[in-house]
Design a binder for this molecule. Structure first.
Ligand SMILES: [Ca+2]
Ligand SMILES: [Ca+2]
Ligand SMILES: [Ca+2]
Ligand SMILES: [Ca+2]
Length: 428
């Protein structure tokens, strides 16, 4: 029950098989693609440009919430917080295309245990961690509707502005009408099931492990190894918990750890040739994962059912077989749920995924296209039904796309993951 792997080159996106929300500009109809900012009952009419006293005109849209304070406000697109008001409560987000969205009159009142607000201006309606420079993703809660600033004597509402890269306000009315809801928030893993989650590696050598694969789920973050180490995962001590392993090309060693936490490796051994990929899994169905080898220059897998130890070598392969094409990246999974892991390959240039359900030479038992060129693949049992299915991390929009069956088509779940360099599945 494991899988590899990691990855290297980040190829520019060529084909958009799946919709991406990360990079945007108004389309040919003038609509800026976004998530709707207010997550609750609301109404609004087009008040852009309406007179507001003196020579002021209304630069945004007022999204009213029927008198309710505390309605969640989300970032409409990925971006970086550009500024937060020094007195509560307003902020701006800059998006990767240079456009900005402004969120004004967020809540500044205090709430009692019954949920009622006292109009005292003593609250803080900006979400934790939302400060200048913070990265946010489309649909992330950034604050709550209120009546702060010059809206104290009006009904609670969000004054929402969209500004082009020159800073000029842009009428967001049509874009709001066309805005999307926050993506499905159901966890991938049904209640009571045991499921795999994803661990994503970043440039600093930290791993981010989701507690569950769900929207807004928190991650456990810890250092393991060095930046650039190739990550894989497996159950090295046969206790049912899958943990990380690393292959360090610079010294040729594999470093395995038995807990998903910061610390030194529990098991180290010499791995092999610099060009080899580690592939980890339970290739003989004995309940223990081991590290085997894919040698791209030969398109050959070398299966080894024992771990190396004590800085020794990996031991000779029990058997080997040809599968795949030079340049394809290996991954591992129990694709048919029979308790034995087998190998698959991913062609990052095209998104082709193909695998076998037995560890021997032959044609693929399944093949399909999933994801965009440049995506990084892994496989895990995301829904706890016993079979491993594919998922990709997409460097072009920082998202994790998973499927619960091994077939072409759109992802079953899409989660924001942040800027990462590699992905593996594991069972915490
Ligand atoms: Ca274990
Ligand atoms: Ca085994
Ligand atoms: Ca299997
Ligand atoms: Ca499954």
């Amino acid at each position: 029950m494991t899988r590899s792997i990691l990855t290297l080159a980040l190829i520019a996106v060529l084909v958009a098989l799946l919709p991406s929300t990360a990079r945007a500009e108004p389309d040919e109809n003038g609509i800026y693609p976004m998530i709707f900012p207010v997550q609750g009952p609301h109404y609004y009419s087009d008040t852009f440009g309406a007179p507001r006293g003196g020579d002021r005109t209304h630069a945004g849209q007022d999204i009213m919430t029927y008198g309710q304070k505390g309605v969640p406000v989300v970032a409409v697109a990925d971006g970086t917080v550009r500024w937060v008001g020094s007195n509560c409560c307003y902020l701006a987000i800059e998006h990767p295309d240079g456009w900005e969205t402004w969120y004004i009159h967020l809540n500044n009142d205090t709430q009692d245990p019954d949920g009622n607000y006292t109009d005292d201006g003593q609250g803080w309606g900006i979400a934790e961690g939302i400060e200048t420079g913070a990265e946010v993703y489309a649909g992330q809660v950034i604050g709550w509707v209120g009546d702060s600033g010059n809206a104290e004597w009006t009904g609670p509402h969000l004054h929402f502005e969209l500004r082009d890269p020159s800073g000029t306000p842009y009428n967001a009315y049509e874009s709001l009408l066309a805005a999307q809801p926050v993506p499905d928030q159901d966890p991938t893993c049904p209640e009571g099931e045991v499921c795999d989650v994803a661990a994503l590696q970043d440039l600093s050598g930290q791993f981010h492990v989701w507690e569950e694969l769900a929207w807004d789920s928190t991650t456990d973050v810890f250092f393991f190894g060095n930046p650039g180490d190739v990550a894989f995962s497996g159950d090295w001590d046969c206790d049912g918990v899958e943990t990380l392993g690393l292959y360090r090309q610079s010294d040729g060693y594999a470093y395995l750890r038995n807990s998903n936490s910061q610390g030194v490796a529990d098991i180290t051994f010499f791995f092999g040739d610099p060009g080899d990929f580690p592939v980890a899994g339970d290739f003989n169905g004995d309940g223990c994962d081991t590290v085997s080898i894919y040698r791209p220059s030969e398109a050959r897998f070398y299966i080894i059912n024992e771990l190396g130890s004590n800085d020794g070598g990996l031991g000779s392969a029990e058997y080997s077989f040809l599968f795949g094409d030079t340049g394809d990246k290996p991954f591992v999974g129990d694709f048919d749920g029979d308790g034995t892991d087998t190998v698959g390959l991913h062609r990052e240039s095209t998104g082709l995924v193909y695998f076998r359900n037995s560890n021997d030479t032959g044609t693929a038992d399944s093949q399909f296209i999933f994801g965009d060129p440049g995506d990084m693949i892994t496989a895990g049992d995301w829904d706890g039904d016993g079979d491993d299915t594919v998922a990709v991390y997409r460097p072009t929009d920082d998202r994790f796309y998973l499927k619960n069956e091994n077939a072409a088509g759109v992802a079953d779940v899409v989660l924001y993951a942040g800027q990462r360099t590699g992905v593996v599945a594991l069972r915490p």
